[in-house]
Design a protein around this ligand. Structure first.
Ligand SMILES: CC(C)(COP(=O)(O)OP(=O)(O)OC[C@H]1O[C@@H](n2cnc3c(N)ncnc32)[C@H](O)[C@@H]1OP(=O)(O)O)[C@@H](O)C(=O)NCCC(=O)NCCS
Length: 170
């Protein structure tokens, strides 16, 4: 069991070197350049976390930052946060296969939600990819009730994808 023990920690500049490797492994269908991942972190370092195992190896990460609902960053493109940002967008949450299914997503969601609230945002948004809708529903997200927009998400990301939103309770 010890080999599955990991903890989320604030993502520091020194952790950025791990992002590209993990992102390529876990999102091979949504490849992003190192510069884009680094830029997402720079938008909001305190909204980003790295999962380290007991040997201090990076085994997962979460990137989140302010954005406008229904206007997530485009994949692999630099993003400018609009002045009227009204949600915290979760760009990626992921962990290596050996660490999946242990509730690590729920733990980092608590950290992200707490920080978003502190910043004055009471909504989290995510594009659920890889048929993950059910996982996010377990954590309180609901598909946005806007069929036209969901069709756009499917066209941009794939047929099994949904734009999902969760209200953060204070
Ligand atoms: C999606 C992901 C972030 C979920 O995180 P997690 O910490 O594994 O989530 P949980 O432990 O809460 O598991 C959620 C559910 O999925 C199941 N699950 C998750 N990963 C699994 C796996 N690899 N194999 C089998 N079941 C798995 C869990 O059993 C659980 O089901 P339950 O609610 O019926 O118990 C993680 O699985 C992951 O990194 N996947 C690859 C990257 C990815 O696709 N990210 C989604 C971006 S939108």
């Amino acid at each position: 069991m010890l080999d599955k023990v990991a903890t989320w920690q604030p993502m520091l500049a020194a952790d950025l070197k791990h992002l590209k490797r993990l992102s390529d492994l876990l999102f091979p269908d949504y490849l992003e350049d190192y510069e884009v991942l680094e830029e997402r972190w720079k938008i909001c370092p305190l909204g980003c976390f790295i999962l380290k195992n007991y040997s201090f190896n990076a085994v997962g990460y979460a990137l989140a930052h302010p954005a406008k609902l229904k206007a997530p960053p485009k994949e692999n493109r630099i993003f400018i946060v609009p002045e009227d940002a009204d949600c915290f967008h979760i760009h990626d949450i992921c962990m290596l296969y050996d660490y999946q299914g242990y509730g690590y997503a729920g733990r980092v969601l608590r950290d992200i939600a707490a920080y978003a609230l502190e910043r004055g945002f009471n909504k989290l948004a995510i594009v659920a990819v890889h048929n993950s809708r059910r996982i996010w529903e377990k954590y309180g997200f609901k598909p946005l009730d806007d069929e036209t927009y969901q069709q756009k998400i499917k066209a941009d990301y794939g047929d099994d994808c949904f734009y999902m939103v969760r209200t953060i309770e204070a």
